[in-house]
Design a protein around this ligand. Structure first.
Ligand SMILES: [Zn+2]
Length: 430
């Protein structure tokens, strides 16, 4: 029996946990089959939706159509009824997201462009048991009992109760094979406000993450020299095989295999980057009470660099290099991680408008385009100041300064507005 001694309010928390599955070839085939059936179900639903008059596009009608399809089409039977219901739910949610302006309209899912996945919406079907220090077992309907890597203590067995439990899971396939993502629900005591210091963070060009107090988080290349050489080799091989393919000819098995190997190496790099991001953001959220980041609109930056054919963008080469590094560092994901990690530890995350942070001197406030001598070096051109240092460190200090000036953005009515706090004395950043 788990009892929570409460000093404060309890908060419900939903989070995900992803683990690697170890499947036999037969199990992998069955899971593939279910994923293909789930995709077909989606496509049938979409066709049904487009065909139906507006007043008949209801959940009840769609549900009847799904049941009929499962009876009529043999291979859809491999998909458990609950998973088919999950497809229906996701499809209707996709339309809701579209109508609320969060996403584009749902469309047909292609065989090779879609992430393979199967939903297990009922947590009680899973019957999770830890069988070894490193392994757990999970039940997947119509696939069997599967082994997964146990890397985190999950609320199962005697640790589970009405508040702390697994509410469902989703099987997802990437280039490294099948994984399982558990939906974990827990109830925690609301954390005390974090007493740690304030810090500004800059998305680095030369340093991946630079903090206003001089701390910096760096990482090695995601792939070793050997792996990089292999990636280049595989890419050349793929290009060569593609070149020799006659028009209209199907992609050969050998070329598909090479594509899979390339995707595997890229997935490995991504997984290492994700691990680094998780460790870094956890360290930051533990140390600081107030975290300030730049409000960057990454999609806009990527768009503006390339420009159009009539109006090519300025500094294309320079910007595309920066964009590449932004995408590689996946700044958006870092901010998402920081948001929930700071909230969990009682801290807060603030966003400030970005312009000028790289050109302003953080010591005297003098702003000039020439201040940033190179990507790495910042030297203040104000004759009375002459402060010099790492350019990313300088920008991080500016980010913190903007927050202290009361320029933090607060989301209101779906868009960001600038709030100016009154009676805030400008303080020089540390
Ligand atoms: Zn200066």
């Amino acid at each position: 029996m788990v009892s929570i001694v409460s000093h404060g309010t309890l908060v419900k928390r939903q989070c995900g946990h992803r683990a690697r599955l170890a499947l036999s070839p037969a199990e992998a085939l069955r899971t593939d089959g279910q994923a293909h059936a789930a995709r077909t179900m989606w496509n049938l639903l979409h066709a049904w939706w487009q065909m139906m008059p507006k007043e008949k596009r209801t959940l009840a009608h769609a549900d009847a159509a799904v049941r009929q399809a499962r009876k009529d089409i043999d291979f859809l039977a491999v998909l458990p009824a609950q998973a088919a219901q999950a497809v229906l739910k996701t499809y209707f949610q996709a339309w809701k997201n579209c109508w609320d302006g969060r996403a584009g309209a749902p469309n047909f899912k292609g065989r090779f462009r879609t992430v393979m996945s199967v939903d297990v919406p009922q947590g009680r079907d899973l019957n999770i048991v830890r069988v070894h220090r490193r392994w757990g077992m999970v039940n997947i309907p119509k696939v069997g009992r599967l082994r997964f890597r146990w890397t985190k203590d999950l609320p199962v067995g005697k640790h589970a109760n009405a508040e702390n439990r697994i509410t469902g899971a989703r099987l997802v396939k990437d280039a490294l094979g099948w994984h399982i993502a558990f939906r974990v629900q827990s109830v925690e005591v609301k954390p005390e406000p974090h007493q740690g210091p304030e810090v500004g963070i800059d998305v680095g060009v030369t340093v991946p993450i630079a903090l206003s107090d001089g701390e910096r988080y760096e990482h090695a290349e995601w792939l070793t020299e050997k792996e990089k050489a292999r990636l280049v080799h595989l890419e050349r091989r793929a290009a060569r095989r593609k070149q020799h393919r006659k028009p209209g000819e199907r992609t050969s098995r050998r070329l598909h295999r090479t594509y899979d190997q390339i995707a595997g190496l890229r997935a490995k790099a991504k997984r290492r980057a994700l691990d680094w991001q998780h460790r870094t953001t956890t360290a930051i959220a533990r140390t600081y009470g107030t975290v300030v980041v730049e409000a960057l609109t990454i999609t806009n930056m990527v768009k503006s660099a390339r420009g159009t054919i009539e109006e090519p963008g300025k500094n294309v080469a320079q910007k595309s290099g920066l964009n590449r590094s932004i995408s590689r560092e996946a700044w958006g994901r870092t901010v998402t991680m920081l948001t929930y990690k700071t909230a969990r530890l009682g801290g807060t995350l603030h966003k400030v408008p970005a312009p000028g942070t790289s050109q302003r001197c953080s010591a005297c406030g003098f702003t000039a385009p020439g201040n940033r001598e190179s990507q790495a070096v910042f030297v203040c051109k104000n004759p009375d100041c002459g402060w010099s240092g790492n350019a990313d460190h300088n920008a991080a200090r500016n980010v913190l300064h903007l927050y202290r000036m009361g320029l933090a953005l607060v989301p209101a009515a779906g868009r960001a507005v600038v709030r100016r706090a009154k009676h805030v004395k400008p303080v020089a950043a540390r």
